[in-house]
Design a protein around this ligand. Structure first.
Ligand code: B1M
Length: 215
């Protein structure tokens, strides 16, 4: 297979052997972020489709995710950084009950490379922990990720909890993840949250929204 098809295939097949060599070769013509966005994520999408239609079993999805993570970890040091610092601080977490973190970690990388300090709490984080970190670290923004449909409900409950604790105006919230839709966030959730809540389709929109909040 040609190089980029082979790389995409590696994600789908969960094949790690030779991954670094292929990535090194790909970087000779293509920036790391473009490799992720145009090639690797397209492989992850195929994995999601195969799993969703019952053609792939969970352990294989996990293997694909491992290869994806290894690829991102390998590419990360080669990514461009603006060299900016101190543009703002965000506490970032995958919500309670949800283990998906590849997207969240991409958001971390993009924000970190563009001057933001990211406090990445990891997966399955209850709102109490997220809020504690946000207060403690004096975060400017709270970012929550979740891929499961049930995570969209958790996010709603989390916003209600921030309202109840009287901190909604202090913390603008950025939400992302495959199960969310723009209209759910911008209509339904914006209606209940007493602070500002925004939806980011991908990490770059997350960056643009951070820039807007901090302007
Ligand atoms: Co899961 N899983 N999974 N899974 N998995 C999905 C989400 C699913 C859609 C697959 C499917 O059925 N087609 C489905 C959810 C269905 C639903 O809720 N209706 C699903 C399921 C069902 C499950 C389990 C329940 C399976 C089971 O156990 N029976 C289980 C859940 C466990 C749990 O969470 N409690 C499970 C487990 C797993 C693995 C562990 C095997 C693995 C995760 C490994 C890991 O993350 N460390 C996994 C994977 C890999 C997937 C799919 C295939 C790929 C997800 C991914 O990494 N995409 C996924 C299919 C899909 O999403 N279509 C699926 C790439 C990633 C870059 O995209 O995270 O969307 P994403 O991030 C994007 C944007 O959304 C955005 O930016 C990123 C791109 O720039 N973004 C943000 C994300 N967060 C953001 C935050 C922001 C801003 C932007 O600001 C704060």
């Amino acid at each position: 297979l040609p190089l980029f098809e082979r790389l995409e295939r590696r994600i789908v097949d969960g094949e790690r052997n030779g991954l670094e060599d292929d990535l090194t070769e790909a970087m000779q013509t293509t920036p790391p972020l473009a490799i992720i966005n145009d090639t690797l994520l397209s492989g992850m999408k195929t994995v999601g489709d195969l799993f969703g239609s019952g053609q792939m079993q969970l352990p294989f999805v996990l293997q694909s995710a491992e290869v994806m993570k290894a690829a991102v970890a390998f590419l990360e040091p080669h990514m461009e950084s603006t060299g900016d610092e101190g543009k703002g601080r965000i506490v970032l977490a995958t919500v309670k009950g949800d283990v998906h973190d590849i997207g969240k970690n991409l958001v971390d990388i993009i924000l970190s490379n563009n001057g933001y300090e990211v406090i990445n709490l990891g997966i399955k984080q209850p709102i109490a922990t997220i809020l504690e970190a946000a207060v403690d670290k004096r975060a400017d923004v709270i970012g929550m990720s979740g891929l499961l449909v049930k995570s969209t409900v958790v996010m709603k409950e989390n916003l209600e909890e921030l309202n109840a604790r009287g901190v909604a105006e202090q913390f603008p919230v950025l939400l992302g993840g495959a199960a969310l839709t723009r209209s759910y966030v911008e209509n339904d959730l914006a209606e209940i949250y007493e602070g500002k809540v925004s939806y980011a389709r991908d990490a770059f929109e997350g960056l643009a929204l951070m820039d807007r909040v901090m302007a």
